[in-house]
Design a protein around this ligand. Structure first.
Ligand code: IPE
Ligand code: IPE
Ligand code: MG
Length: 253
């Protein structure tokens, strides 16, 4: 059982920050933004920020594991990110492999189960294969579900779902009369996962950038100006603390 200690008592060391496990969101989604600006502020090429960002991923994963969070979905590469200069795209798409090379053993020993959402088929083979290897290798783990949104775009996901639903209606696998929210959810990449309770976006922008439009219908949002490479357990816990104060009404009273 975790100790209930107030948060921003700066006399405490960071290590002693605690959060009551039962108050943590079950599913947290994060838009990891601000890598390029982090690097540019330091006179470094933008890609240096992406590289730095992978250690932040691990910090957040560890914090989530400690709090027994069930799922963490990280926006890693969007369907719109192909608009960037090719060398930057290539660099970003090598990072999943690099991240897994560094951390897969640690993730396995922490019972983490890796997943992916997005149009994986149109990713370079080396990216797809590295992620698939990690998915297969962690398939039987039942701790934190760590989903990478890779080549993910919500509108793409919804169109794909609509086409599949249309085909299934034509094949009489799905009846138009019975089609409801649960059915639609099952046609999305996130089928079977709970909807995010909390969305965090770093880097100061206050928009969704085509992330989980359907799934975030009743999610609590938390924004910070902190750039992703600077994001740490401290801000993560701050987000959780604010989440804990929110009253989720789902349209009720
Ligand atoms: C987020 O950081 C990472 C990806 C989109 C892949 P950015 O690269 O968007 O960083 P900024 O927003 O330009 O600072
Ligand atoms: C969103 O960040 C995508 C990811 C974090 C992977 P962007 O930097 O691409 O978003 P915009 O362009 O500022 O909306
Ligand atoms: Mg950005």
């Amino acid at each position: 059982m975790s100790m209930k200690v107030p948060f921003f008592n700066h006399k405490q060391s960071k290590e002693s920050y605690q959060f009551p496990e039962e108050a943590a969101p079950e599913h947290i989604a994060i838009i990891m933004d601000g890598n390029g600006r982090w690097a540019q502020k330091r006179g470094l090429p933008r890609v240096a920020g992406h590289k730095e960002g992978i250690s932040t991923v691990m910090k957040v994963v560890k914090a989530a594991v400690k709090l027994n969070v069930k799922a963490l979905t990280l926006y890693t590469f969007s369907t719109e990110n192909w608009k960037r200069p090719r060398p930057e795209v290539d660099f970003i798409l090598k990072l999943p492999k690099e991240f897994l090379h560094l951390y897969l053993p640690e993730l396995i020993s922490n019972n983490v189960r890796i997943g992916a959402i997005g149009d994986m088929e149109n990713l370079p083979a080396h990216t797809r294969e590295a992620v698939q290897f990690a998915i297969d290798r962690t398939r039987n783990n039942d701790g934190l579900r760590l989903n990478f949104a890779l080549n993910y775009g919500s509108r793409h996901e919804l169109i794909k779902a609509m086409k599949e639903m249309y085909a299934d209606i034509n094949n009489e696998k799905l009846s138009l009369e019975e089609l409801d929210e649960q059915h639609v959810s099952q046609y999305l990449y996130t089928a079977g996962m709970p909807e995010p309770d909390l969305l965090i976006r770093t880097g100061g922008e206050k928009r969704l950038s085509n992330f989980l439009l359907w799934q975030l219908a009743y999610t609590e949002f938390w924004f910070t100006d902190v750039l992703w490479p600077d994001f740490s357990e401290k801000e993560f816990l701050q987000a959780l603390e604010e989440y804990r104060q929110r009253k989720r009404r789902y349209g009720g009273i």
